[in-house]
Design a protein around this ligand. Structure first.
Ligand code: SAH
Ligand code: SF4
Length: 403
């Protein structure tokens, strides 16, 4: 078994990275998350003649991403011999569902187990499905834990952090469709899809896992597969400024910014990444976000913390700051978690804030907390896996290397 480290950036411009855990890939890797070219290379390893590889890769693509096949045996128009060979070397596994919780409002949360460090410690993430009347939104994780420590967020308190692979990110969409019976053959009265939107708002900072997130989103948007439109995908970032524009260029998805404060001093406290990329730089990156327009507005998320960031002065400054940016504002009532030090703003204050922003010309819906009873709401996601001390981490890494 080889310890696997995250893929390196593919272009010359430097991308910002954070230090991460090592994990050990399974002996038989999953084909989920590979590009067509990578699939063709896998077929080459099996001895498929070059001329056939493109067609065979396309066949696999269709079975995986249109039909949702969970085994090679399901792929009935692939020759038996080929299926046996594929089976011997690869899988089409998604992350393993280890727990499913269903809220009384219909929200579902899955705890997913991923390959761990090879010495007995599995890695876990959560993924949440939120059904609404006109859509079904899947909240997808990009990292186990998060290296950033926003003071109001539960995920930020998790110590163990690793990047998900593209396959593990696409795999969350596939797990949701498996569990909801949402593949093409499903029998429903109107045949409508259940997972219609994806938000990269689960665990982790997606722009600190740039390559895998970009590759995964491009697979989810691929017209010959899951085929979600880029307008139905939103990536939320706490503000990794150097990576914002590039994500826009390389995926075209909608952007959301976790703003939460309108003065640097307060934002430094709530979102410590602000010390590195202060508000002026962040808003500049938004002004330059590719494709932002009045019909493709940037969402500014603003968590309502009682007595901290919820005054009318804050609302006024917010409007001033966003001037000239095609923006909408999403007010998020703070979701408490065990041990959190903030309180959610009073409802009247949220309404006053929202009204001010609305009167200034911004759409400012208040995000209804969903799945609170199963700790599935924004910022509450935190897997069982705990963070390790540096010494523990080094010891585990050394063991994984010699395995
Ligand atoms: N790391 C990314 C994406 C995941 S968080 C980011 O920060 O943007 C999704 C949203 O939930 C973010 O806006 C985040 O700031 C917010 N959030 C975190 N903790 C929260 C809490 N306890 N209550 C409400 N919103 C929270
Ligand atoms: Fe990480 Fe986002 Fe939570 Fe901040 S809010 S700790 S960036 S997941």
């Amino acid at each position: 078994m080889n310890p696997t480290t995250p893929a390196l950036a593919r272009t010359d411009a430097p991308l910002e990275k954070t230090a991460l855990e090592v994990y050990v890939a399974p002996d038989r890797p999953s084909l989920i998350g590979l590009s067509r070219a990578e699939l063709m290379a896998c077929l080459g390893e099996l001895g498929v003649p070059e001329k056939q590889r493109k067609m065979r890769a396309q066949q696999l693509w269709h079975w995986m991403y249109v039909r949702g096949a969970q085994t090679f045996a399901d792929m009935t128009n692939v020759s038996k011999d080929m299926r046996t060979q594929l089976e011997a070397r690869f899988t089409v596994d998604r992350p393993e569902v280890v727990a499913e919780q269903i809220s009384n409002d219909g929200t579902r949360k899955w705890l997913l187990r991923l390959p761990g460090d090879g010495v007995g410690r599995a890695h876990e993430v959560e993924c949440v499905y939120i059904p609404e009347t006109d859509r079904g939104t899947l909240c997808v994780s990009s990292q186990v834990g998060c290296t950033l420590n926003c003071s109001f967020c539960h995920t930020g308190t998790q110590r163990l952090v690793r990047n998900l692979t593209a396959g593990e990110i696409v795999g969350q969409v596939m797990v949701a469709r498996d569990r909801l019976n949402d593949w093409v053959d499903r029998e429903t009265p109107n045949g409508n899809r259940l997972v219609t939107n994806v938000v990269m708002m689960g665990m982790g900072e997606p722009l600190y896992n740039f390559d895998a997130v970009r590759d995964a989103l491009n697979i989810v948007m691929d017209n010959e597969g899951i085929a979600l439109s880029r307008r139905r995908i939103t990536l939320s970032t706490s503000g990794v400024v150097p990576n914002i524009g590039r994500m826009g260029e390389e995926t075209g998805v909608m952007l959301a910014i976790s703003l939460h404060a309108v003065r640097d001093e307060l934002r430094n406290e709530l979102v410590p990444l602000n010390k590195k990329y202060p508000l002026a730089q962040l808003l500049d990156a938004c002004r330059n976000y590719p494709g932002a327009s009045n019909s493709r507005r940037i969402t500014f998320e603003y968590v309502m913390l009682k007595g901290v960031n919820d005054s009318l002065d804050d609302a006024k400054l917010l409007v001033k700051l966003l001037k000239g940016i095609p923006a909408k504002i999403n007010l998020i009532p703070f979701n408490p978690w065990p041990g959190s030090k903030y309180e959610c703003s009073d409802w009247e204050q949220i309404e006053k804030f929202s009204e001010y922003v609305f009167n200034a010309g911004y759409s400012s819906p208040v995000r209804t907390p969903r799945g609170r009873d199963i700790l599935a709401a924004c910022g509450q996601l935190k897997s069982e896996t705990e963070k390790l001390s540096v010494r523990e981490r080094d010891a585990l890494r050394a063991m994984a290397m010699t395995d």
